[in-house]
Design a binder for this molecule. Structure first.
Ligand code: MTE
Ligand code: MO
Length: 237
């Protein structure tokens, strides 16, 4: 048991993790909770989370308890769909591209946040340009090497300058637990948009709600508060 808010079936407490290649932590992935957890989630969601002890660090999430361990030289990112040149990028393809560094507060809808987190990677807009994404496409979807998480952005959101395919976080290579070697970082939106262990990007002709949206989080996860989660599944708060 932990007093930390749970977010999704695969949330596991820091300190109880084991990495053996791809590890499925079935029992550890069970959601604890009901009323107390969701009440705490609301308290944290109100912004008071920063006042509680331990409110200032990353919680490590995996929806299905799988933490894919991917060496840099095995990493592949497939970019396809409505593009002129479908391409599979290696890790060194990505690091050879122009890089962008961003520093911002990382914020989960359950209320925890981490100030001044540094990120580095390639602008998603640059990758879309390299593959020749069609200008009349509507949205971009994302898949994870864990096989569970999916996300999506509108094509306009995907072109924002602070949406990056990140290969550094906290001024270091991205660790396995944080979704390395490559994860998405959507700076202007809540943390659930920053899909870990990014495996595929597809340019498509309709917004396809991802895992979190199908569970009640808004497709537009802007951090500005006014469009925050309106009807989240209590299981996820
Ligand atoms: N593949 C994958 N990506 C994910 C998640 C997840 O469970 N699986 N959780 C999301 C949520 S809700 C948050 S807040 C952040 C947390 O990032 P962290 O695990 O590095 O702390 O990852 C996001 N990306
Ligand atoms: Mo989150």
């Amino acid at each position: 048991m932990t007093s930390e808010p749970r977010e999704g079936p695969g949330t596991i407490p820091v300190g109880r993790r084991v990495f053996l290649g791809v590890v499925a932590l079935g029992a550890a992935g069970v959601v604890v909770g009901g009323a107390i957890q969701s009440g705490l989630g609301r308290l944290l969601g109100s912004g008071l989370g920063g006042l509680l002890p331990g409110g200032d660090h990353f919680r490590i999430y995996s929806l299905n308890g799988v933490f894919p361990t991917i060496p840099n030289d095995m990493y592949r990112l497939e970019v396809s769909g409505l593009v002129d040149r479908p391409t599979t990028f290696t890790f060194s393809d990505l690091t050879a591209m122009p890089s962008t560094r961003l520093v911002a507060t990382f914020q989960c809808v359950t209320g925890w946040r981490v100030p001044d987190v540094a990120w580095e990677g390639v602008k998603l807009s640059h990758l879309l340009e390299v593959v020749g994404a069609h200008r009349d496409a509507v949205a971009v979807t994302f898949e994870s090497h864990d096989g569970a998480d999916t996300e999506s952005l509108t094509i306009d959101q995907a072109h924002l300058p602070d949406v990056i395919v990140a290969y550094r976080m906290l001024d270091a290579p991205i660790t396995t637990e944080h979704g390395g070697p490559v994860r998405l970082y959507v700076a202007p939106m809540y943390g659930y948009k920053s899909l870990k262990w990014l495996s595929a990007i597809r340019v498509v002709n309709a917004v396809q709600p991802g895992y979190w949206e199908l569970n009640g989080y808004p497709v537009n996860g802007w951090l500005d508060g006014s469009t925050g989660p309106t009807n989240p599944n209590p299981r996820l708060t």
